[in-house]
Design a protein. Structure first.
Length: 86
């Protein structure tokens, strides 16, 4: 795996919550992890990873994920069995 994937994962899962995690970097990490991603309309994006499904909303007007979104993403990764990215 590339260093960028590791850095993105660390930024999402690290504490304290960051304010500079890019939505596009998150999607790139999901593709690397084998997730299925579908636009659900508007800002909603459905994501299936290891049999776990969740809907996230693209941040707007910016491109950085809000801290509340990072908490949901961490929970999603945990439920999907993603504890580390190598």
């Amino acid at each position: 795996m590339g260093k960028k994937h590791s850095l993105t994962f660390e930024a999402i899962t690290g504490k304290p919550d960051r304010h500079d995690v890019s939505w596009d970097d998150f999607l790139t990490l999901l593709v690397y992890l084998g997730a299925t991603i579908r636009n659900q309309g508007g800002s909603a994006v459905g994501i299936r990873l290891n049999g776990i499904y969740a809907v996230f909303h693209k941040p707007h007007p910016g491109h950085e994920i809000y801290p509340s979104g990072l908490k949901r993403i961490r929970r999603f990764f945990e439920e999907a069995g993603i504890g580390k990215v190598e």
